[in-house]
Design a protein around this ligand. Sequence first.
Ligand SMILES: Cc1cc2nc3c(=O)[nH]c(=O)nc-3n(C[C@H](O)[C@H](O)[C@H](O)COP(=O)(O)O)c2cc1C
Length: 199
Amino acid sequence: MDFMEIIRSRRTIRFFRQDPLGEDMLFELVEAARLAPSASNGQPLEYVIVNEKTQVERVFEQLAWGAYVQPRRDPPAGHRPVAYIVVLINSERELGRFGVVDAAAAIENILLASWSKGIGSCWLASVNRETTVDILNIPAKYRIDSVVALGYPDETPLLAECAGDSIEYYLDDDDRLHVPKRALNTITHVNTFGRRKKA
Ligand SMILES: Cc1cc2nc3c(=O)[nH]c(=O)nc-3n(C[C@H](O)[C@H](O)[C@H](O)COP(=O)(O)O)c2cc1C
């Protein structure tokens, strides 16, 4: 797939097939994160790979899914993620407020690298962090930025245009997710704010 097509076709996946993801593949996804840009090259991020069944089940209980379509994108048993990458910020290495920014760049690399391999993902910030640090035995100087849920897709969400101001994703009568994105020309200004691209 052409790189722009990977970007264009990637959608958040919340229902997954149950084919396993091996450790080598998960390490490769962390490799994509490792190579992301980092403010002052501070590199405060570390990662916990989770693919062992009991741990996967425990982490799942700490997550909240698809707020706009609750509870219809809570993955049911048999459609849950098969692995996670938990993204940690080491407070002793963090430079100012840039840990979160570094994490976002690294996570986007994970999402795109996954998609290029046919693997679906969901970036989750709605995480019960207090419980998750216990489950994963994470030392106090680290905080959980986000959890990336992973697995082969078992749904096919569609890119949509925003209707008016609404940015909420929605499910149609066939339970297919539609994800509206604001139109290119409404968010892009040319040389002067408010000037639009000529038709
Ligand atoms: C910072 C961030 C936090 C997110 N947290 C959650 C979350 O906790 N639960 C969830 O189901 N989706 C979460 N998402 C996924 C968004 O809902 C999703 O990216 C958005 O609806 C756009 O869909 P798309 O990724 O298919 O383009 C998060 C995305 C981002 C960037």
